[in-house]
Ligand binder design. Sequence first.
Ligand code: HMG
Ligand code: MG
Length: 312
Amino acid sequence: MTSVKSVKITEVGPRDGLQNEKALIGTGTKLDFIHKLADAGLKYIEVTSFVHPKAVPQLSDALEVVRGLQPRAGVHYSALVPNLKGLERALESGIREIAVFTAASNSFTQNNINMTIQESFAAFKPVVEKALQEGLWVRGYISTAFYCPFEGKIKHESVLEVCQRLLEMGVHELSIGDTIGQAVPDDVRTTMTALLKALPLEKMAMHFHDTNGLAIENVQASLDLGLSSFDSSAGGLGGCPYAPGASGNLSTDALVHYLHAQGIETGIDASKLADASASILRVLKNTDDLVSDIGNLQYLGTPDCPPIHPSA
Ligand code: HMG
Ligand code: MG
């Protein structure tokens, strides 16, 4: 049994979800999805990513997405930032919360961001420094915290070292990623028990992918340790284009249902959330049909949302 009474949910569908879809979704459709999520009571929404537009063309309209956001009381919008160039673009957009991302395995960081873990620290240090100077809130992701698609099982000592480096830089929150959804509850208990001996519980979030259908059980293992901040994705969208085997994120719908059934508060209206999830799943179902019909990447913008082409 857990003593956790309420949970913070960070909705990552518009970023982690859409980054892995074959089709390019129009900016207007993304904004509609994000605002439906806010209407459902989600207070923390990761809306896009200022990575290289060629690396993730699905999110190449990051600037337009952020500029189209409606400010809502108590709603925090955030975006991924990989380097100083990404921070420059994020600042230009006006977003006030960002996330930097590295990993606990070298082969994954190399594949994902073209850097070793050490190089990623060197790259993120000035990013975090500048972001903090600008008064931004900063999250740090640690991918492959349990298993790496290239290196297998990851030692908790490696995860701890990365977490400590990020906290020393001044990040406000750490998100511990089961990037390819291979962790089982015992892995969560072992790694997180070790990490929580050295790291502040209130700064830790858990980011589960649901490849093996165990994400909810991993949430329970986390709740049992007192962890109360979870990332999830409406409709279970998601994955990582640079992690072979990464499937959808833990579904926000399933997470909310599971927490509410135990009397744990989330502040989310499950039926409005279902509407938000259904709306994006409908669009993706149609685009999937179109992509497989044509066998190619298609831009599905609306007349008021002109296509955004990768600029570099
Ligand atoms: P790179 O090619 O090594 O970058 O990419 P570079 O520094 O060598 O620069 C090359 C060119 O790219 C330069 O242009 C830069 O200006 C430009 P040139 O001078 O040749 O004209 N450039 C950029 N342009 C726009 N925006 C930028 C940017 N940076 C450089 N930000 C880089 C390195 C990190 C940028 C690239 O590898 C990249 O964008 N990777 C994206 C990886 C990604 O998005 N992965 C998915 C997100 S992580 C994830 O999903 C895991 C998570 O969910 C947690 C979990 O599940 O575990 C968070
Ligand atoms: Mg992820």
